[in-house]
Design a protein around this ligand. Structure first.
Ligand SMILES: Cc1cc2nc3c(=O)[nH]c(=O)nc-3n(C[C@H](O)[C@H](O)[C@H](O)COP(=O)(O)OP(=O)(O)OC[C@H]3O[C@@H](n4cnc5c(N)ncnc54)[C@H](O)[C@@H]3O)c2cc1C
Length: 529
């Protein structure tokens, strides 16, 4: 799977595509898999890298959403729990079972959350991840040795799924390609073409690497651009009413000492009425998230000072070792593509369900939902697209479709288990060239062979692609990721045949992105971002 091959497929294609998908996040790639697996001729164009948007910046949970249960949204929860089970079945190398503990400090919390979480488990039926259980104070401390002990009465444990969002997405791109879809990254849609009836019938895009203009026509065009949905809708009709109310959520990343066990903490009610998670992830501790309405989405959003303060303060109430600003190894920000039902300033109250909207121009937009339900969203979307584009009716097959890398025993690949069946080939790279077995920087486990693999088989084009989404270095530790950047640039330049100028430009561009993930004190003593 190389970008050159994909561009070649695009250029060699004659006539109309069945479906063109705009946007290479979980939603768009899910649609491309579904469409291609049904036998439709599908093209997907992503303006940046696959997963550059929200889909690499989630809390990394495959979950039914305990919070929605409290809101009485049982069907949303049941649907997501079913999808949780399907995803674990189809991508066992990327979805694992994680214990979440709700710590109890008040007498009523154990019976209240005990009952609610029992219902959560019952709703998952045969897709269950494990029974919930009330824990004594001692059992809670055993599982969460760093929890704040003052006033602690006990806890309730329940089980949900955890995954690596960007890695799943890259494996999904491979799955779509294997099913016959054509997917190109760094190809931004800048315009939509229309037929004599003023119906959208294609796209105009810009190849961001060559600067060339690409045009393609289709029976139906699907807009899956998440937070940017309205901007693409306005390419067809500048007067459309906005359907997205963007809201950002941040996560702070700390080292493992803040949460050394195998269990996560779930705080059901923070002072702003949200849920907060502290999660062990990739040898680190992830804490989030916030829900802050923003006026306009951007591709590289920054954390707001009040969000940072809120997470530090709330985490400090539940952790024995209170985290400080200096402990933050990385901060990342994602934008929720929430769909507006009515005018409201409270984005936490907006529906987390997905919406499929067809404008009078015939442009089909799909937005909202969540990572966990991407497959179901895609099924609904392709059903609608097939009707709209008058495509031959075909059954959805993705419930039983393995994701690229599927392996029933990924644990046997150790550090490379997340690559699933690809791990063997990465091991071979290291055996053939022992230099590639060395880590790209001290402090994170990523090795040179993963960089080479990402360039050769995963369409990685920039240092950022490798350090953010093929590996998760920048999300885990900005300092180590910066140290790794020169080695990654050298390996990539060698693979791609680029010179020292390219390397220098890449390092400057990476530094620009890295500044959004850092909480550093600048020369004036101020904090950025
Ligand atoms: C903080 C946070 C935490 C979350 N945690 C979870 C969780 O734990 N579990 C869960 O299930 N869900 C979670 N979600 C929800 C989930 O992450 C999102 O619903 C999902 O990632 C949205 O995917 P998307 O493809 O719709 O959008 P995106 O991932 O943003 O993808 C849109 C893509 O469109 C591209 N694009 C935009 N304009 C153009 C154009 N003109 N041409 C071509 N491409 C274009 C962008 O570059 C981008 O890559 C979370 C969301 C947030 C914000």
């Amino acid at each position: 799977m190389t970008r050159a091959q994909m561009l070649h497929r695009l250029q060699a294609h004659t006539g109309e595509w069945d479906i063109i998908v705009i946007g290479g996040g979980a939603t768009g790639v899910g649609v491309a898999i579904d469409a291609a697996a049904r036998g439709y001729d599908a093209l997907l164009l992503e303006g940046s890298d696959f997963g550059k948007g929200t889909s690499s910046r989630s809390t990394k949970l495959v979950h039914g959403g305990v919070r929605y249960l409290e809101q009485g949204n049982v069907s949303l929860v049941m649907d997501a729990l079913k999808e949780r089970g399907t995803l674990r079945q189809n991508a066992p190398h990327l979805v694992s079972n994680l214990a979440f503990i709700v710590p109890n400090y008040d007498w009523w919390e154990a019976p209240f959350y005990g009952l609610g979480l029992k219902l959560y488990n019952v709703l998952s039926g045969k897709y269950g991840f494990g029974p919930s259980q009330i824990l004594s104070r001692e059992e809670t401390l055993q599982r969460l040795p760093t929890i704040n002990r003052e006033g602690l009465r006990g806890g309730v444990v329940y089980y949900d799924g955890q995954f690596d969002d960007a890695r799943l997405l890259i494996n999904m791109v491979a799955t779509a390609a294997e099913q016959g879809a054509t997917l190109v990254n760094y190809c931004r849609v800048t315009g939509l073409t229309k037929d004599g009836n003023d119906f959208v019938n294609g796209v105009i895009a810009r190849d961001e690497e060559s600067g060339n203009t690409v045009t393609a026509s289709a029976k139906v065009v699907v807009n899956a651009t998440g937070p940017f949905t309205d901007a693409v809708r306005r390419l067809a009709d500048p007067s459309v009413q906005a359907m997205i109310a963007p809201s950002q959520g941040i996560h702070l990343v700390f080292d493992r000492s803040f949460l050394p066990g195998q269990s996560a903490i779930m705080v059901p009610h923070t002072s702003d009425g949200r849920v907060l998670f502290a999660i062990p992830w990739r040898g680190h501790t992830l804490v989030g998230t916030t829900d802050t309405p923003i006026p306009e989405p951007t591709l590289e959003p920054s954390a707001k000072e009040e969000e940072i303060q809120f997470i530090l303060k709330t985490a400090g109430q539940y952790l024995h070792k209170v985290p400080s600003r200096a402990d933050v190894l990385s901060v990342f920000v994602g934008i929720r593509p929430l769909v507006t039902a009515a005018k409201t300033s409270n984005t936490a109250a907006l529906s987390r369900d997905h919406t499929i909207h067809i404008d009078p121009s015939g442009l089909l937009s799909i937005a909202g939902g969540k990572w966990t339900t991407y497959r179901h969203m895609a099924e609904d979307c392709v059903n609608q697209a097939a009707t709209l584009g008058q495509l031959p009716e075909r059954e959805c097959v993705t419930r039983q479709l393995n994701i690229h890398g599927f392996h029933p025993h990924p644990e046997k690949f150790g550090q490379l288990s997340f690559y699933g069946s690809d791990a063997a080939a990465i091991n071979e790279l290291m055996e053939g060239e022992p230099d590639l077995a060395a880590p790209v920087a001290e402090g994170l486990p990523y090795v040179g062979a993963e960089v080479v693999w990402a360039v050769r088989h995963e369409m990685a084009r920039t240092v950022e692609d490798v350090l953010c989404r093929r590996t998760r270095a920048l999300f885990l530790n900005t300092k180590v990721a910066r140290e790794a950047a020169p080695r990654v640039a050298s390996l990539m330049a060698q693979e791609l045949g680029y010179d020292a100028d390219w390397k220098a430009r890449q390092l400057a561009a990476f530094e620009q992105v890295a500044s959004h993930f850092s909480l550093e004190v600048d020369a004036s003593g101020g904090i950025y971002p």
